[in-house]
Design a protein around this ligand. Structure first.
Ligand code: BF8
Ligand code: SF4
Length: 633
């Protein structure tokens, strides 16, 4: 087996971070590394999920001496309620992102700030939803579909439209388990209602609703976000880009886009390419304008425009610490409030744009569809004019940079497979060739690796080490979110990384011309992975739970990640977590989520929580091999 000589190691990244923190010290900056120390040890009740503060008779904390809260709720009810509230937060957040995109689609117009870039996808969704497209103006159709999408959030009757994309078997399981998601907002509201004082304390009912709220995200709000983003901004196709902190440019105006909603970042990218703006940057003494992304926004603009990825969640402070960041422009989710005070230690402009994410020490420029162009231009201009305020003595851009090929939407994956096999069956292609190589054992299976960074895990190590292990075992890895960036930063999305795979996977990568780690986008794009799993099951003629496939979030931290976990498991995919979801305080809840006879009886999949990364990898490989054996392949 080859040495991983071309990869950027975690040690190299840590060294670069240490140098940046030195700059931080000079200017009196705070850092997450310091704040972790200040917050350690964490509260044991919080960690076990055994503290309840949903009414003002509490907070109630469960101990052997005080086994029930004042209302009489036991530890299992408290842990399960906390788990459902965590899920509801995540489902609300993803789904509200999807709603924003639906509104943007509703306001799209010919020649406007936002236009329809993939009319074919729009028509496909229209057909799927039974809407006549013949002779219709494309914008009229866009508005009709957007409105139908928006109705999915509050419709009084029926279940989510996209559920029909799943194999019949999955739909039957959801029905039997009574977890088919109805209106998206209803599932979030009902979750809050169920967890109000004096409502549910039965773990089984609370966990059932956790799955349903999760499904309303993955097969509802998130799927809407992904599909409508593709209509507006284009369905991703493979594109080459670069990653890691070294993508920032010493002689250019550096604008960092950070957050989630592509409606903002697309506009910033557009104006950064405006000749008028480039000329202005040159007038100010810069060689040009460099846009780079952080967090899921990075994924969105990388896979549609090849914009470089500066880093993931725990690298967001690093971009400011380079001293070369003229502006960090954010919208919603996963943005450290620390960026406000940190930017004040440098010349960096910290620009917030959404009423949903207001923060102290920022310049707030509210972004609407109507003023998007104007405001994006003003933001780009503000960054350019800030170039002269750089303190050159503080500039340090660590020279860490990799090549990455990104942009593997389901459509793109099918196209790649089509190119090899000529098995073209219809306009959408087929996943049969993929099923064939898995059946033949050339590829043993797949892992969908997703999620965040979390200081509880040495940042990026779990992602990178697990991916390396899986590749060596001929298991292909599909990624999204901050996991995708961990892979890109290390160099695992370089097509040359196939050298590091087992012989079978390497052959497939060569033949299809893909890197061994496939970038499927941001966290809302985990809905793409659900469609991939659904289509693969249908093309193969088996159930999703039979596919040698696992989900994995080794460094997760957010409520969104728990919502994701719930819909991935509910879709029939065994899911492996490297961080505990605050449930260890209840044996009953742990059994429901991780045991043989909890959610597994309802949806044919469950969770494994394993903090030892080596063991987590082994457990996934065992699961994949067990599924192969069960299929007789
Ligand atoms: O939605 S992986 S840290 S950036 S939550 Fe956030 Fe986690 Fe990153 Fe995107 Ni997803
Ligand atoms: Fe305590 Fe019950 Fe109130 Fe929770 S709902 S804080 S357990 S009294």
């Amino acid at each position: 087996m080859k040495e991983w000589d071309r990869l950027i190691t975690v040690e190299q990244m840590e060294e670069a971070t240490a140098a940046l923190l030195e700059t931080g010290k000079k200017v009196g900056a705070d850092s997450w590394q310091q704040r972790v120390k200040n917050q350690t040890p964490h509260c044991g009740f919080g960690e076990a999920g055994t503290c309840c503060r949903i009414c003002s008779m509490g907070p109630c904390r469960i101990t052997p001496k005080a086994p029930r809260g004042i209302c009489g709720c036991d530890v299992h009810g408290i842990v399960a309620r906390n788990y459902l509230r965590f899920t509801a937060g995540g489902a609300a957040t993803h789904s509200d992102h999807g709603r924003s995109i639906a509104h943007t689609l509703y306001l799209a117009k010919e020649g406007g700030n936002y236009q329809v870039k993939d009319p074919e996808k729009l028509k496909r969704i229209a057909h799927e939803w039974g809407v006549e497209t013949e002779g219709k103006d494309i914008y009229d159709l866009a508005h009709e579909i957007a409105e139908m999408g928006l109705m999915e959030y509050g419709k009084p009757f029926g279940t989510q439209r996209y559920l029909k994309r799943a194999p019949q078997h999955a739909q039957d399981l959801w029905k039997a388990a009574d977890i088919e998601p109805r209106a998206i907002d209803r599932e979030v509201s009902q979750s809050l209602h169920m967890t109000h004082m004096g409502c549910s304390s039965l773990p089984e009912a609370l966990i059932r609703q956790s799955l349903r709220a999760g499904l309303s995200d993955g097969w509802g709000g998130s799927m809407m976000g992904t599909e409508f983003s593709d209509i507006l901004f284009g369905t991703p196709k493979p594109v080459d880009t670069t990653a890691n902190i070294g993508v920032m440019e010493k002689d250019m105006v550096n604008i960092i886009v950070h957050g989630h909603d592509p409606s903002l970042s697309e506009m910033i990218v557009y104006y950064a390419n405006d000749p008028e703006m480039i000329a202005l940057a040159k007038e100010q003494g810069a060689k040009g304008i460099n846009i780079a992304g952080v967090c899921c926004t990075a994924n969105e603009v990388a896979m549609r425009h090849g914009i470089p990825m500066a880093g993931n969640f725990l690298q967001q402070e690093n971009v400011v610490l380079t001293g070369a960041c003229e502006a960090i422009v954010v919208d919603v989710q996963c943005i450290f409030p620390a960026l406000g005070p940190l930017s004040k230690c440098f010349h960096t402009k910290f620009i917030t744009t959404s009423p949903i994410a207001r923060m102290p020490d920022s310049d707030f420029i509210e972004f609407h569809e109507e003023n998007a162009g104007e405001n994006a231009k003003a933001i780009v201009k503000m960054a350019i004019e800030n170039f002269k305020n750089r303190n050159q003595d503080l500039v340090n851009i660590p020279q860490l940079k990799t090549k990455a090929r990104v942009g593997y939407s389901v459509e793109a994956i099918k196209k790649c497979l089509d190119g090899v096999t000529n098995s073209h069956v219809d306009e959408l292609g087929t996943l049969k060739p993929l099923a064939d190589v898995v059946k033949a054992g050339v590829i043993r299976g797949a892992v969908a690796m997703v999620g965040c960074n979390n200081p509880k895990v040495r940042p990026d190590t779990a992602h990178i080490e697990l991916m390396k292990k899986l590749l060596q075992n001929d298991i292909i890895v599909i990624v999204s979110g901050c996991s995708a960036q961990a892979a890109a930063k290390a160099g695992l999305m370089d097509p040359d990384a196939k050298e590091y795979c087992g012989e079978g996977l390497k052959r497939v990568c060569e033949l299809v011309g893909i890197p061994p780690v496939l970038h499927m986008g941001s966290c809302v794009d985990i809905s793409r992975m659900m469609v991939l799993a659904a289509d693969l099951a249908k093309d193969w003629g088996i159930n999703i739970s039979q596919i040698p496939l696992c989900g994995c979030a080794p460094e997760w931290m957010s409520e969104k990640a728990v919502s994701i976990g719930n819909y991935v498991v509910a879709t029939g995919i065994d899911t492996f977590l490297g961080v505990d979801p605050y449930t260890k305080g209840s044996e009953e809840v742990t059994q429901l989520l991780q045991g043989e006879h909890g959610i597994k009886d309802w949806v044919e999949a469950n969770y494994t929580v394993e903090l030892d990364i080596e063991k987590l990898g082994d457990r996934m490989i065992e699961t994949i091999e067990a599924k192969r054996k069960a299929l007789g392949i």
